[in-house]
Design a protein around this ligand. Structure first.
Ligand SMILES: Cc1cc2nc3c(=O)[nH]c(=O)nc-3n(C[C@H](O)[C@H](O)[C@H](O)COP(=O)(O)O)c2cc1C
Length: 343
């Protein structure tokens, strides 16, 4: 079966891409991902804060210590240790492009449209085939209005699109009032791909020490539901490629995302947990499932269960919510649990 696909104009041999993660922090790691079957690699992110730190011209930002800066500085624990700054990042892309035959996708992570955008151009010059923008923004300012939050995304996209000619994907937050409309407008504003969705690392509380507990944990397969919904809703209605991100832990999730309408799926946690060789497992199992059902190419599969192709599109809407609640079997009244049991 032909698993080849097109992601933002990049022709790749199958739809399973290595998502941005520490696995791409070294050249060896990148080569291993390719050897293990990745059809493309999204590099770990170069963070706006790292660029600011490196660049004296941005010192005033550090001194002013805005709320959003303090918030994003804690994003990933590996930011201060493993990441060594913009020069190393660009060098690594150059070496990765030379050493591999698959597309290397740069990743910029930030929230303003200030100087760090210049690195988009440098990432292109280093040979990246495309760029992913991760706009990790938590609007904790209660006076910031919806339109202002959304405008950040458009300003960054425009600045980057003006600076580069390679395809640009935006890794989106699922937390918009009108997620579909946001996706449509980003598509119209020139986003070549939408990555649905970014995974937010909300803080937990450490009850022993009454401290904020910041650690990045891995995803679970249960997390596919939100991206699955929105990919199914967007399929066939926007031009931008759709990349599924979150919760792929087996070929089951890969196949569901393809049926919803994803052009590609991106995997991080499952590779962190099982090792990069798990990419091969995902590819082989996906191929096996599709072949066993008589599919010959991905185009026959993609979007089969999208909102526009299912018999009952209301399954994606409010009516489905009511049906789901009605279908829930109450264990206390159904006899599964004895409600008289002493607690
Ligand atoms: C340890 C770790 C580090 C990550 N680093 C980045 C990063 O640098 N940039 C980024 O955009 N996403 C980063 N991610 C998010 C992943 O690329 C991915 O979008 C997210 O984990 C959801 O996919 P998954 O369910 O396959 O893990 C990271 C995830 C993990 C677990």
């Amino acid at each position: 079966m032909d698993l080849s696909t097109d992601y933002m104009g990049l022709k790749i041999k199958h739809p399973i891409i290595a998502s941005s993660s520490p696995l791409s922090e070294t050249l060896d790691g990148i080569k291993t991902l390719e050897d293990c079957g990745a059809s493309a690699i999204v590099m770990y992110s170069l963070f706006e804060e790292q660029i600011r730190r490196e660049n004296e011209a941005f010192d005033f930002f550090l001194e002013s210590g805005t709320e959003s800066f303090a918030e994003s500085i804690n994003y990933f624990p590996h930011i201060d240790t493993a990441h060594k700054g913009p020069d190393r990042y660009l060098n690594l892309i150059r070496k990765a492009v030379e050493a591999t035959e698959i597309p290397i996708i740069g990743s910029l992570n930030g929230i303003t449209n200030a100087g760090w955008i210049d690195y988009a151009k440098q990432i292109q010059e280093a040979g990246a085939s495309a760029l992913e923008l991760n706009i990790y923004f938590i609007p904790t300012d209660l006076d910031m209005q919806t339109a202002d939050v959304e405008q950040c995304y458009f300003d960054i996209l425009k600045a980057v699109k003006d600076a580069v000619s390679i395809p640009v994907a935006i890794k989106l937050s699922p937390f918009f009032s009108a997620t579909g409309n946001m996706a449509k407008r980003l598509d119209e504003a020139g986003a070549d791909g939408l990555v649905l969705f970014n995974r937010f690392y909300q803080p937990d509380f450490d009850l022993d020490n009454l401290k904020i507990d910041l650690h990045a944990d891995l995803s679970t397969a249960a997390e596919i539901r939100v991206p699955l919904l929105w990919i199914a809703v967007l399929y066939g209605r926007i031009k931008a490629s759709l990349a599924a991100s979150r919760g792929i832990h087996s070929s089951t999730e890969v196949i569901k995302y393809l049926l919803a309408g994803a052009d590609v799926v991106t995997v991080a946690s499952a590779l962190m947990k099982n090792g990069p060789h798990y990419l091969n497992v995902l590819v082989n199992e996906t191929q096996h499932w599709l072949t066993a059902r008589g599919y010959h190419s991905l185009s026959e599969v993609r979007g089969v269960m999208s909102r526009q192709n299912v018999k009952d599109p209301s399954a994606f809407e409010r009516v489905n919510y009511i049906k789901v609640l009605e279908s829930f079997e109450n264990p206390f009244t159904s006899g599964i649990v004895n409600s008289n049991r002493a607690v």
